[in-house]
Design a protein. Sequence first.
Length: 336
Amino acid sequence: MSDLNNIALKILSNGKGILAADESTGTMTKRLEAVNVESTPENRLLFRETLFSSESMKKCIGGVILYDETIKQKSSSKKTIPELISSSGAVPGIKVDTGAKVLAGSPDEKITEGLDGLRERLHVYYKLGARFTKWRGVYIVSDKHPSKLSINSNAHALARYSSLVQENGMVPIVEPEVLMDGDHSAEDCLNKTSEVIKKCFEELVHHKVNLEGIILKPNMILPGTKSNKKIKNEEVAKLTLKCLKESVPKEVPGIAFLSGGQKEIEATENLNLINKFNDTNFIMSYSYGRALQQSAIKFWSKDIRNIKGTQEIFNHRANMCSLAAQGKWSEELEDK
């Protein structure tokens, strides 16, 4: 097994998943202002450090995706944030794309930027302690979208990014996200997501990326938020597995789902059912942002010095997600 494969397995094995704490300063400001907390570097650090020093980091969180601001900060114990994360046994990671911009030639769609100067930035992040990275491509669904231009351009960018990351001794998270916005059906989501993922792997192979040393971060197969064709959670799980079995090469060690706007319990229940029905060799885990942090940030906002209480809320959510990653979650456990 390669070093990259070992890192990927360390992040996702034994019911562990990824805490996506890589919100940009703008996004984090919106989250904090929504709960009436001022968005200062100190407050952003305080909330994140509260999570990163919680008990569940040891048994539920295998990796943490950081933002450029956070990876360079020091904790209250004078450890750097990557050192704090590593001390719990989790792997520090870093978001390296610079955001989705309007795609020339298809103004309704987006292309993710950040390849310029990436090799040099990766050197810096490696020295700071990062051992995996994240890059997100986004796709909209309609009768005309995603276009071939969007599918091809984002797959090419994800492959070039992955190649550079592996060259620097880190594991790339490949995140092609088919957005839930819209009125499309689950079947539309299945078809478009399959097309997107297949193209990504075609490009990854062209760019000689070692598939044993990546983590795929896809969306689950869900109808659009405005769709009147809702489906049961069992169907979400079965369609998601169908998509991945038909689109993802067997060499890939693990899949860490994004929550994509699902509520905390919904994202947990869907992951649990995916693992109950999982008849593949893929590890199926989570890479959640809001679906791990939402309850914690609401509680914390009432008294930002109540570290212990906030950690208890986060520990519960992380534990529920970890059980779901093993197919051992049940709704009754939410109330214990």
